[in-house]
Design a protein around this ligand. Sequence first.
Ligand code: FES
Length: 610
Amino acid sequence: MNSKEKKIEVTFFPYGKKVTFSHFLNLKKAILKAGIPFSFPCGGKGICGKCKVKVRGNVTPLTVIEKEKLSVREIEENYRLACQTGLKGDTQVEILLSDSVFSPQILTTWKKEEFEVKSPVKKIYLSIKPPDIKDQISDVSRIRRELKKRGFDDLKIGIEVVKKIPSVLRENEFKVTVVIDDNEIICIEGKDTRKESFGIAFDIGTTTIVGALLDLTKGKVIATKGIVNPQSVYGYDVISRISYIQQKGKKGISELQKAVILGVNRLIDNLLKEANIDKSKVYKIVFVGNTIMQHILVGIDPVNIGLYPYVPVIQEFIKLKSFNLKLRVNPFADVFVFPNIAGFIGGDTVGVILSTGIHRAKGKNILAVDLGTNGEIVLSSKGKIWATSTAAGPAFEGVRISQGMMAQKGAIERVKIEDGRIFVKVVGDVEPEGICGSGLIDAVAELHKEGVIDDSGKITPRDMQKDIWKERVLEEEERKFVLVEKNGYPIFITQKDVRELQLAKAAVSTGIKILLKKTGIKPGDVQQVFIAGGFGSYLNLQNACNIGLFPLFPRAEVKNIGNAALHGAIKALLSQRYIEEVKKIPYLVSSVELATHPEFQNVLAESIRF
Ligand code: FES
């Protein structure tokens, strides 16, 4: 067998995914071919030094660039730059997930005063009289007796909590804090810990997971973090994940469940570390996500959602304890998973409805659009609510874009062209490293206006461009337009990036148009439009309309509301009243199937063009 025929097996950790390649190749190519979520900010030119991985196996020696970019310690610990490393034989590659946790730019237009902060988690401090020969009641009864004096009676208590009581009482001279949630004693802690009460809200997206750590007593967000959903190695969309489970059966569900929990736990560790909070003080977790993500999170088989007639296993909310999911918080913390509306309209849409209050607005025609890998669209009119979902792909989240990144420090979030000059705004006002969804929309809209991109979405050949743009058009393997240069390397938009955005915007705009047709509401009748998504605060609505992402709503007030699904989860974390509303919302909404509409294919085809 000559060297060209030798097969190379590459195992990617922590996913455990094994991929066999039939020839020698560069690790960057192997990562891309394996579908591992990973970013190469300088496009693999060896300039940024950001594509670090840990490698064990048969690989090419360190390059001069790597010796420059990696520290001595990193070299000793087998760190390599993926774009500089060649694979010669079987190799194990560790993708450094903790390094990829980012601080997302989350739009916080909501004000604490606008909603109720009344956490269902209660902490009661007790200074208890110790037992003596005249007062021999049990430890548990002793605690109950004190709680009754404070108005708490008939509380449940689990055996694992009971086991800890004797030592906690005696080590703390019978001065303890009892943590109560939903009529259950979930924990007993030594001393007075009333000020320390925390919860975490998660939005489990197909592409990203975002978590917000909250102080439950003050109703304040302390930290937010995001990560690429580790399930992405099993496919970028929900359908490919369902297919994986179809092939692998129970093992597939367990693999995907472990992957999402791995991501959630990484976020928990990072959030708590940043805020210097002990995991035992996190008593409540709320999850929102699409129906498939929520099914997999709790280990329920989602396969039937992908098969006609697209039925979920469960619609109602799920409640469990954090130890059931092996979350790294207080093991008895309550975990609340939002209810689903339908197979492709999940808890994240319920979160958007709760966040915007659409379910309580009776008189107005209101549209809410949540832009993610699946675009969810909700329309409310005269007390009725309809919702639908459309497969947009991950372009709005900066994924599968050649130099794409999430809306985080270093991402180009705005692009403007004036008098032949290109201006960019970068999150955190630092040097640009890549481009996020809002930047991509701006860039494509502005380049279309300039004629660099034609109505069909094609980047015009260099020799047909206006003189001022000629030198920015690179006729390489794929045509590219250079937006800016950072330290000598270009940040560009490729032809494929434009195509990805076209598919995403066509899917969303088709969803909106068909939903309006089905309900008989005209764009001119819509009075309020909410645009939600993980863009941060800077989605340029005019540019979004210019590329045809939204039809024109001539009489509507249009508002960017950021990650509304997460905001819905935050509200539910802070008040039982919102939890009760959440439970009812799915039954107020009619789901609309887009693909069965006779005009669907035509509208979709028309919506691709600019
Ligand atoms: S150094 Fe490898 S992508 Fe920049």
